[in-house]
Structures are given as structure tokens and as C-alpha cells.
Design a protein around this ligand. Structure first.
Ligand SMILES: O=C(O)c1cc(=O)[nH]c(=O)n1[C@@H]1O[C@H](COP(=O)(O)O)[C@@H](O)[C@H]1O
Length: 224
């Protein structure tokens, strides 16, 4: 079975990002490049990381009107990402148009509810119900909009997987037992997420901020 860990390369300097990716390469299945990396280094940065020969997950969290998101999807064909994120709250038309505009080898997955949010945050945004309800509703919308899968926390992955058997599921907000959760609120261990149906495990700081990132990645890999 291939390694489901994608390292979130949320580091500001390109040379540090390349060095970190080189260090952990043997212990992860791919690299996730997100807003911090893409806004700082753009297409050039993506090409640099692509040279390591690993699948690239471009976490752009697109959320705009359908025409604009479709145009953004077209613009990244050249980068050949394996996975791209959009926001499910952009709605059905946005998701349908995003999928139609994506490259044929790119999985388009929708962020349901960020792992940094909890029920109080939902309430403060005027959204009723529990995180579970909210995630299930948006996962169903993403499914019927023709997407490949969703991003959700480890708290919901089992229910989402039960409802969408052949979906592709990305789970961030992962922490090995006893490690610092930081800004994440809906957290599980990498092993729990894997056991409950995650296709991809996104892990950033527990590896990137470790004293020995390769050892940290190896230790997490060993728990799977
Ligand atoms: O789309 C994502 O990858 C994402 C969605 C989400 O709900 N929560 C979340 O943390 N992420 C990303 O996953 C990574 C988590 O990083 P760490 O908390 O450092 O492991 C970051 O790059 C986030 O941008």
C-alpha cells in the first residue's frame, strides 16, 4: 500500500522548503503546497518541488464565482497537480465548473469545515447544528456535484466514508498522541484517520517543526 502521508510544506523560504522535502522524502507519499507556499513562490516554486518526483497536492482552497474558479483551475493545468482543493461552501455551480475545468489527472476535493473550527465557531457564523451535520451536508453536496472527494476532520471521516464509499478523502488536523494541537480544534491521530477511511493524511508541523523531521515522519509512518 502506498504511503498516505502528504507533508504540508508550510515554510516561508523556498530553499528551506526544498531541503525539508528532500529530508523526509523517503517517509511520505507526497507533498502539499498551500497558500503560504503558493503566494510566496507561485508556479516557479511548484516546479522546484515537482522535481523531487513526488505527487503534488496544490491546496489553493479556491472559493469564488464559478467562472473565476474555473479560470483558476485552467491556469494550473500546466502544474499537473495530483490533487487540488476548493471550498464546498462555494456551492454546486462552482464545484461543477471547477471539476469540469480541472485537468483529467487531477482530483478535485472540497473543504467542508476547516479543522480549526468547532461548533461555537459555526454558531458565531450563523450556522446551526453540529460540525458533524455541517460536514455531512457539504460532503453530500460535493458528491452530487461530481467531485472526487472532500477534506474533513478525523471526527467525521468515518461517517463521510460510510456515506460515500468510493470517495477520495483528505484528512488534516492530525497529531501523534501527546503532541501540541496549536490552532487545530478537531484533531485525531494519523492512525485513527487512516483506520476510519482517509485516503490522504495531511501532516505539517508535527514533522516540519520537529527537531529531526525525517525521524518524526518515520515514527508517524510506523504507526500506520
Ligand atoms: O485543506 C487543507 O489541507 C486543510 C483543511 C483543513 O480543514 N485544515 C487544515 O489544517 N488544512 C491544512 O492542513 C495543514 C495542517 O497543518 P498542521 O496543523 O501543521 O499539521 C495546513 O497546511 C492546513 O492549511
Amino acid at each position: 500500500m502506498s504511503n498516505p502521508i502528504f507533508l504540508a510544506l508550510d515554510v516561508p523560504r523556498l530553499d528551506d522548503a526544498v531541503a525539508l522535502a528532500e529530508k523526509v522524502k523517503q517517509h511520505v507519499g507526497g507533498i502539499k503546497l498551500g497558500l503560504e507556499f503558493f503566494n510566496a513562490h507561485g508556479a516557479h516554486g511548484v516546479h522546484m518541488i515537482s522535481q523531487l518526483g513526488m505527487p503534488i497536492f496544490l491546496d489553493l482552497k479556491l472559493h469564488d464565482i464559478p467562472n473565476t474558479v474555473a479560470g483558476a483551475m485552467q491556469a494550473i493545468h500546466v502544474l499537473e497537480p495530483a490533487i487540488v482543493t476548493i471550498h464546498a461552501s462555494g456551492g454546486r455551480a462552482m464545484m461543477e465548473d471547477a471539476k469540469a475545468a480541472a485537468g483529467e489527472n487531477t482530483k478535485v476535493v472540497a473543504v467542508t469545515m476547516l479543522t480549526s473550527l468547532d461548533e461555537r465557531d459555526l454558531k458565531s457564523m450563523g450556522v446551526g447544528g453540529t460540525p458533524h451535520d455541517h460536514v455531512m451536508r457539504l460532503a453530500d453536496l460535493a458528491h452530487t456535484s461530481g467531485l472526487d472527494g472532500v477534506v474533513c476532520s478525523g471526527h467525521e471521516i468515518k461517517a463521510v466514508h460510510d456515506q460515500w464509499k468510493d470517495g477520495f478523502f483528505v484528512v488534516p488536523g492530525l497529531r501523534p498522541e501527546g503532541s501540541n494541537t496549536g490552532d487545530q480544534k478537531r484533531v485525531v491521530t494519523p492512525r485513527q484517520a487512516r483506520d476510519h477511511g482517509a485516503s490522504v493524511l495531511v501532516i505539517g508541523r508535527p514533522i516540519s517543526r520537529a527537531e529531526d523531521p525525517a525521524q518524526a515522519a518515520r515514527a508517524i509512518e510506523a504507526t500506520l
